[in-house]
Design a protein around this ligand. Structure first.
Ligand SMILES: C[S@@+](CC[C@H](N)C(=O)[O-])C[C@H]1O[C@@H](n2cnc3c(N)ncnc32)[C@H](O)[C@@H]1O
Length: 305
């Protein structure tokens, strides 16, 4: 069983109903987290195989524990864990046209948000990192981005990835503050943002600022676009993709890419996918009542034609 405290998986029933079409097929879970969805997929497999990806070493460690028994079967194991971006699947030649189902459950895990040392949340004072890969990754941290970008580039990030209307004011305050001392911690950033907005707006603005920085640091939207464009080449005929998103920027990208590949966009290309969810599915009210983090989830699915 997967570790339940790491992350409560969202819309599991809806995901399985759309994703699992052949118990002997190859399935990719691009965003393993605590392995909740992956465990549910594995439960539905017979001879099939599950290849799971995550950029976060904590997620891979959690899944190594959760799938220990299966992994111990060595060559006969039905699970493979890959520490790295789901984009890595695109360059695996042996997967071309062979994949029966792909799941992306985007965003952050509860573990990432609730583990103070990761610096993903403004609720705890920690180094301002925000990289999914943590210290093991060699990309710039959020602190390094805020130290190196000019005011306009910071404002652009806050506006584009956080849809934050006070982006310019906050960027100006960040640049003014860093003249006195480098911004190294979530607490420092929080204090700067709080000085820029009305107390009633603080929580929402802080959430948007941290979301924006996380998206920029991890190049989340670029990764998503790159991966979606290779999905048709991975899926076998009748193979399916299910994507769960948690904010409008991601959902827009998924909606437009799937539409484009279904031949519904301006481009004249012949359809590669058939859309299975003309409107995104939303969690049932009972699920939202049980798991607050499900409240913004939207699920879209498509099938290879
Ligand atoms: C919402 S959680 C997934 C939760 C998971 N479905 C479960 O049942 O526990 C999202 C996960 O995706 C990972 N992630 C985000 N972008 C990624 C990428 N480009 N490649 C691989 N993993 C990624 C994050 O590190 C995080 O662990």
């Amino acid at each position: 069983m997967a570790e339940r405290h790491y992350h409560e998986p969202v819309m599991v029933r809806e995901t399985l109903a759309l994703l699992l079409t052949d118990p002997d097929g190859i399935y990719l879970d691009g965003t393993l987290g605590g392995g909740g969805h992956a465990a549910a997929i594995l439960d539905g497999l017979r001879e099939g195989k599950l290849i799971g990806f995550d950029r976060d070493p904590d997620a891979i460690a959690a899944c190594r524990g959760a799938f220990g028994e299966e992994l111990a079967r060595g060559e006969r194991s039905r699970v493979e864990l890959v520490h790295g971006s789901y984009v890595l699947a695109c360059s695996r030649e042996e997967l071309r046209g062979q994949v029966q189902g792909i799941l992306l459950d985007l965003g952050v895990s509860s573990h990432q948000l609730d583990e103070p040392s990761r610096g993903f949340s403004y609720r705890f004072d920690a180094p301002l990192d925000l990289r999914f890969g943590g210290e093991a990754s060699n990309e710039p941290t959020a602190a390094e981005l805020l130290a190196s970008l000019d005011e306009r580039a910071i404002a652009d990030i806050l506006y584009r990835y956080g849809e934050e209307r006070s982006s310019r004011r906050i960027a100006r305050a960040i640049v003014a503050a860093r003249r006195h001392a480098p911004i190294r911690t979530t607490g420092q950033l929080r204090a700067i943002v709080e000085r820029c907005v009305h107390p009633r707006q603080r929580t929402d603005v802080l959430s948007r600022v941290f979301q924006a920085l996380r998206i920029a640091v991890n190049r989340e939207l670029e990764e998503l676009e790159r991966f979606l464009s290779c999905v048709p080449s991975l899926l076998c005929r009748g193979g399916r993709i299910v994507v769960i998103t948690y904010h409008s920027l991601e959902d827009r990208i998924v909606k437009h890419s799937l539409r484009e590949m279904a031949g519904k966009a301006q481009s004249q290309q012949s359809p590669l996918l058939r859309i299975l969810t003309p409107k995104p599915l939303r969690p049932q009210p009972e699920e939202i009542a049980r798991n607050r983090r499900a409240r913004s989830a939207k699920l879209r699915a498509a099938e290879r034609v």
